[in-house]
Ligand binder design. Structure first.
Ligand code: ATP
Ligand code: MG
Length: 236
């Protein structure tokens, strides 16, 4: 089932078109990634889908309903959530309090929040850090905590823009394995520069170049796509 559909999405900044007539869809339970050279329009696409930016044209259809008007909050309530390039944890709260707060934002009145918080910290091997102030964490752990804060809200779709920035390969490997393991209930869409991770876990890869979608297919199709190779390496 298509959980999210993007149709002819366009974003202009003044006279410059950052995202040009891009269409693709996310299948529920599948791992989809967006790749492309610097400035291809990946972040802009994520910001449009998350509701942070209003599109100049086109449509975003989530679970069959149009949601073109921008609002991060409304999108989050509907079930689309995103992680940010810079970790947005509350420095003066403990790790577990950050998580509790995120959980309460979507699980009002639900019991067992603490169990769920500990479970997820265990999954990312951060249980020993649960009582530390989030502000004291290393950058990579802040990023992982921020990801946990999104995941605990159980969004239907989770958008991740360069989640891996500042993470060691081993940390990123476990995080992407978790993303894949959770994909059945939290459909992921991510932007990632390290292509080995992209090709290892994606079911589907969308390639943007100068704002346009130049390819959309399985990792093996994308790896052997001549246009993609040219976009990355230039020339012939
Ligand atoms: N708010 C803005 N105002 C003007 N131009 C913008 C704005 N945001 C992005 N752009 C331009 O749009 C183009 C696409 O930017 P975007 O950040 O989406 O690229 P990207 O694919 O995420 O690149 P990177 O791999 O470097 O993160 C770039 O040329 C960028 O300079
Ligand atoms: Mg970007």
């Amino acid at each position: 089932m298509k959980i999210l559909e993007v149709k002819n999405l366009t974003k202009k900044f003044g006279g410059f078109t950052a995202v040009n007539n891009v269409s693709f869809s996310l299948e529920e339970g599948q791992v989809t990634s967006i790749i492309g050279p610097n400035g291809a329009g990946k972040t802009t696409a994520i910001r449009l889908i998350s509701g942070e930016l209003d599109p100049s044209g086109g449509q975003i259809i989530f679970k069959g309903a149009k949601i073109t008007k921008a609002s991060l909050n409304k999108h989050a309530i509907r079930g689309i959530s995103r992680t940010f390039q810079v970790p947005s944890v509350f420095s003066t709260l403990s790790v577990i309090d950050n998580l509790r707060m995120a959980a309460r934002a979507r699980h009002i009145g639900k019991v067992a929040i603490d169990d769920r918080c500990k479970e997820i910290l265990e999954e990312v091997r951060m249980l020993p850090d649960m009582n530390r102030m989030a502000g004291e964490l290393a950058h990579s752990k802040k990023r992982i905590l921020e990801w946990c804060m999104s995941v605990i809200q159980e969004p239907d779709v989770l958008l991740m823009d360069e989640l891996g920035a500042g993470l060691a390969d081993s940390e990123l490997t476990s995080l992407y394995d978790l993303i894949k393991a959770k994909a059945k209930t939290i459909t992921p869409l991510f932007v990632e520069h390290r292509l080995e991770f992209v090709f290892r876990i994606s079911d589907r890869v969308i390639v943007l170049h100068e704002g346009e979608r130049i390819a959309d297919g399985s990792p093996s199709e994308i790896k052997s796509n001549e246009e993609v190779r040219k976009a990355y390496y230039g020339g012939d």
